[in-house]
Design a binder for this molecule. Structure first.
Ligand code: ATP
Ligand code: MG
Length: 567
């Protein structure tokens, strides 16, 4: 491609709301333009990167025997009612009616559509397993679209779905898909980690996320210092504490504790470790057509993990409550405890099951109970794992310590089981001629988010640094002075030669200053720029390597071989 003809509207200015390097540089370097919140145009450079990612995905999918399809973007709302997800997905679903008043949904993911495609078409175990995938635009009316391609409303996803006769076969496929996804990310040149995940709105069990490690990641992941264990903080587990602080032994009693509302104040007042205090987090829990206040209790040294809380209550959403709302049911923040079960529904963290020597609110202004033995609640209260793991907690698999790091979720694979096949009545005849719902897996990968992820992991103050597998063009030939006939001739000849060898090459033939063109090349992030400049009279050109910003002089008549070696 000739740079003079290319549509690459680079700019010095980043969009005013751009915070992340990928958003700033992809915009400034002319890869994307914003249309509206969460909606982007992909310009020629971005299309090339996307195609490269798609090609790698396709190659790896072929290797594991998955077949590509493409299902309609517009999906009938009836299907979403059949699975029950029309409510669960809530406002993220963009709904609309056609001229005949039929309700439709723009596909945010395609489980229902894929099940509908396969049901009544695959009817025997003999035709299983089956793995179908597509690479397709998705639409989710995200509450807070942000960070450019990272969290768009319209985005590209590779979504795959597998159908099996047995759970063993699903397990095999799941492992094969995990391996394929790792291969894809490795080929893209990304540093990543596979972590255990929450199953979210889609449900099911056996869920893993592929996280590209980057400080800007929206997800916190807990990783073990010793073994391979890694998990999204939403799903991370821990072992029981290795050392337990000395217990404050006391007879059960009610104690006047004026102005002792926070855990810190309470621990200070009684001179105890927060481990022995009980923290109450009151929330309003939203169900399909009602809501209620739920009191969540964790140890004072822990925090509530909202996704775990959501799963424990099987709710659609969890929101904050005000002091007034609590006052209406006779509760005052700072003094709420779990012993009095009838003011509101309780969920108590499983780490508190049978716990003794505790201090908790007495559900009375300015009073706490001491010497509390929670085993009295063993048979009456609802216990669930709702606490968030902390840094320094013990790994659930070994005796290593957990620490936190940030990741970008670029892939999510999970075992759905019969979550969709059952409600949608998608069945096959097993070996005994018995009708069974398909056992399914689902495998998502954020293709447009991957574009941004490459830049989050590979950039510097000057702009993008594409990995070899993702670069829109591998080589940029820069003719330093376009009025110099020898430079033009040498640049053009090399351009022809590289194109002939199948190298993706850009020829910067613009009548611009050298410094301007160089800045532009750095911003776009071509892995190599060959500068054909003043030194040509001495038979030399230069190779500029973007990642290291190093320049190497090379004999002009050896440049073709030298660049071929590098790429
Ligand atoms: P997130 O937790 O980031 O909202 P999700 O768990 O809702 O994502 P999935 O339903 O698992 O996402 O979708 C599969 C993949 O699609 C994700 O792993 C991610 O890479 C990508 N993806 C999801 N939402 C978006 C979005 N709004 N913009 C870009 N990519 C997205
Ligand atoms: Mg996910």
């Amino acid at each position: 491609m000739r740079r003079s003809r290319a549509f690459i509207p680079t700019s010095k200015e980043a969009p005013s709301d751009a915070q992340l390097p990928s958003h700033i540089f992809l915009s400034r370097a002319g890869f994307i333009t914003q249309v509206a919140a969460g909606l982007y145009n992909y310009l020629p450079l971005a299309k090339r990167v996307i195609k490269k990612i798609e090609n790698i995905v396709n190659e790896e999918m072929v290797k594991v025997g998955a077949q590509e399809v493409e299902l309609s973007f517009v999906t009938p709302a009836d299907l979403w009612a059949e699975s029950g997800r029309i409510e669960k997905f809530g406002k993220e679903l963009l709904r609309f009616k056609d001229r005949k008043n039929n309700l439709f949904v723009l596909g945010p993911t395609h489980e229902e559509m894929m099940v509908d495609l396969v049901r009544n078409r695959v009817t025997s175990y003999k035709n299983l397993p089956l793995n179908l995938y597509q690479i397709k635009t998705k639409f989710r009316d995200e509450a807070r679209p942000r960070f450019g391609l990272m969290r768009g409303r319209e985005f590209i996803m590779k979504d795959g779905y597998s159908f099996h006769a047995t759970t063993e076969d699903l397990d095999r496929e799941f492992d094969a898909m995990e391996a394929a996804y790792k291969k894809i990310l490795t080929r893209l040149g990304l540093d990543f980690r596979v972590v255990e995940a929450d199953s979210g709105a889609i449900g099911g069990s056996g869920s893993k996320e592929l996280m590209v490690l980057a400080d800007s990641g929206e997800d916190t992941i807990a990783v073990c210092s010793k073994c391979e264990y890694g998990a999204n903080i939403e799903a991370a587990k821990r072992s029981a504490r290795a050392t337990i602080p000395e217990a404050p032994e006391a007879e059960f009693n009610k104690f006047l504790t004026p102005d002792t509302k926070t855990i810190d104040e309470l621990a200070e007042f009684f001179k105890v470790d927060p481990y022995y205090t009980v923290k109450c987090v009151a929330k309003r829990v939203i169900y399909e057509d009602e809501s209620e206040i739920v009191l969540f209790f964790v140890r004072g040294c822990d925090n509530l993990q909202e996704v775990k809380a959501l799963n424990a209550t099987e709710a659609l959403d969890i929101v904050d409550v005000t002091e007034e709302e609590l006052a209406e049911i006779g509760l005052k923040p700072g003094f709420i405890g779990p012993l009095d079960q009838d003011k509101a529904k309780h969920v108590i963290d499983s780490d508190l099951k049978g716990a003794k020597n505790l201090i908790c609110g007495a559900n009375e202004d300015d009073y706490h109970f001491i010497g509390v033995d929670l085993s009295v609640l063993d048979d009456v209260a609802y216990f669930a794992e709702i606490a968030e793991v902390n840094e320094g907690d013990i790994c659930p698999h070994c005796d290593g310590e957990l620490s936190f790091t940030k990741g970008i979720e670029v892939g999510h694979i999970f075992k759905l089981g019969t979550t969709y096949s059952k409600p949608l009545k998608a069945e096959f005849l097993d070996e005994n001629g018995k009708s069974q719902p398909f056992i399914m897996g689902t495998y998502g990968m954020g293709v447009s988010r991957l574009v941004a992820s490459v830049i989050e992991q590979h950039h510097d103050e000057s702009g993008c640094i594409w990995t070899k597998a993702t670069a829109p063009y591998m080589v940029n030939i820069m003719i330093s002075n376009i009025k110099d006939e020898a430079q033009v001739a040498a640049g053009e000849a090399l351009y022809e030669q590289l194109q002939g060898a199948g190298v993706e090459v850009m020829l910067d033939d613009r009548k611009e200053r050298f410094g301007f063109k160089m800045k532009d090349a750095e911003l776009i992030g071509f892995p190599y720029t060959i500068v054909v400049g003043k030194e040509l009279v001495n038979g030399e050109v230069q190779i500029f390597e973007r990642a290291t910003k190093t320049k190497t002089a090379v004999k002009a008549d050896e440049i073709f071989e030298k660049i071929m070696e590098r790429i």
